[in-house]
Ligand binder design. Structure first.
Ligand SMILES: *Cc1c(COP(=O)(O)O)cnc(C)c1O
Ligand SMILES: [Zn+2]
Length: 421
């Protein structure tokens, strides 16, 4: 398949580079992107070919930038697109789906998609040591997938990260380093480490390949709807990469002749405590102003100076979407709403997405009778602190009926005839 991904190309000046671990153009520091041979892909990647393959992200392999078989994460993706009827009723809309990456394999977030591509590529390049700068989910995924691939990993996180996310990284035997500082400071340190030691950092020197993994979420949504796109998508944003790649996925499927020209309005969601991209959109600016000190319970989205902020804002403008942000209270409240209507326990980022969707519906920016897909990207078991004060305390009793009865009082107790038992 090596011919299908031809090399890298600068997103600003178009300069071409051979495939290598490099994320910026040496002329103008513009971000590099994978350059594909779409004509060849259009011949190879027909719907009937895709549909015969196992339901995971690699069924779209022609549009993912690895040259051989995936060395890492062969089972990633293939998550449910659940029709959310109860939540639709609660929000007063007609057609609503949840793309549920809270159950992605193996580390319960959409980051497994990007990591499986980045680490498969790291193996092709011959790296033995890999790493990342992370707000949590990426740390979990790099650590787990590196362990399975037999790679050594160095993971850098802000030192104040949720303990669940730190434990779910250390458990895999990764070297985890808590850096006293914001994500942006962690990221700068990692850039120095990557180039000094020659390691493969998934979101730094391997970023062009890493980012392509996000497209698989868009491919799956289109296929699960019967090879078409919904009218509206709401997507959480941290570095601003996923939102652009979902849009790219739709346009690529059109380009290779699998779907009609996509008409999907794409909406970006952030927390009010770290909203550089939605702030830019709402104020009509092309470029975001970095948020120096992010302050929100949605730590997985707390990137103050997002690498793809400019492109994310452009996607919202170009598709006719919009960006919104919500308070921490609204985020926690939405986490409960999703759990209680659909039985899906999402992390704080899922709360951000749902709370923003609700706001956009109330604003009339998303019409109530049109189709909406919400991207739920991470699992609530990792961010339990966010809702600790909102859920009922455990009722403790001794193991006797007498103690249970007062608890049950007010319920629908109906004595059962002994003969019927
Ligand atoms: C990383 C992450 C995102 C956003 O990813 P970007 O591509 O950086 O915008 C969304 N949700 C969760 C749970 C994440 O961990
Ligand atoms: Zn360039």
């Amino acid at each position: 398949m090596s011919e299908l991904a031809r090399g890298l190309k600068c997103r600003l000046c178009g300069k071409e580079y051979p495939k290598q671990p490099l994320n910026f153009c040496t002329e103008d520091f513009g971000p590099l992107e994978v350059d594909y041979d779409y004509e060849a892909i259009a011949k190879a990647m027909r719907p009937e070919v895709v549909e015969r393959r196992p339901f995971n992200m690699w069924r779209y392999r022609e549009l993912l930038p690895i040259d051989g078989e995936p060395a890492v994460g062969p089972l990633v993706g293939g998550t449910p697109l659940a029709k959310a009827r109860n939540l639709a009723d609660a929000l007063g809309v007609k057609n609503l789906w949840i793309k549920n990456d809270a159950v992605n394999f193996p580390t319960l977030s959409f980051k497994d998609r990007v990591v499986s591509v980045a680490l498969s590529k790291a193996c092709e390049f011959g790296f033995k040591t890999v790493g990342c700068a992370s707000t949590g989910n990426l740390a979990n995924s790099v650590a787990a997938n590196a362990a399975q691939a037999g790679l050594e990993s160095y993971i850098f996180v802000p030192a104040d990260l949720e303990s669940a996310k730190i434990i779910a990284t250390s458990v895999y035997g990764a070297h985890v380093i808590g850096v006293q500082g914001t994500y942006d400071q962690v990221n700068r340190l990692c850039t120095q480490v990557a180039f000094k030691y020659g390691w493969g950092f998934v979101n730094i020197n391997l970023r062009p390949y890493y980012a392509e993994g996000s497209k698989s979420m868009g491919f799956e949504i289109a296929e699960q709807l019967g090879w078409r796109v919904p009218q509206h998508i709401v997507c959480p944003m941290a570095g601003g990469s996923l939102i652009g790649k979902i849009n790219k996925a739709f346009h690529e499927l059109h380009r290779i002749g699998i779907i009609d020209r996509p008409k999907c309005k794409i909406f970006g969601a952030q927390a009010a405590g770290c909203n550089p991209i939605t702030d830019a959109v709402k104020n009509g600016r092309e470029n975001h102003k970095p948020v120096r000190k992010p302050n929100t319970i949605a730590k997985s989205l707390a990137i103050g100076d997002p690498a793809d902020g400019f492109f994310a804002a452009k996607v919202m403008r170009d598709t006719g979407g919009w960006g919104e942000d919500v308070s921490d209270d609204d985020i926690a409240d939405a986490m409960l709403l999703l759990a209680r209507t659909e039985g899906i326990f999402a992390e704080t980022a899922g709360g951000v997405t749902l709370a923003v969707a609700r706001k956009l519906i109330q604003q009339g920016r998303i019409p109530r009778d049109e189709e909406i897909v919400l991207c739920v990207t991470g699992n609530g078991l990792k961010t339990q602190d966010a809702i600790l004060g909102l859920v009922n305390k455990l009722t403790v009793i001794r193991p006797s009926l007498e103690e249970f009865e007062p608890v049950y009082k007010g319920g629908r107790a109906e004595p059962v005839e002994p003969a019927l038992v």
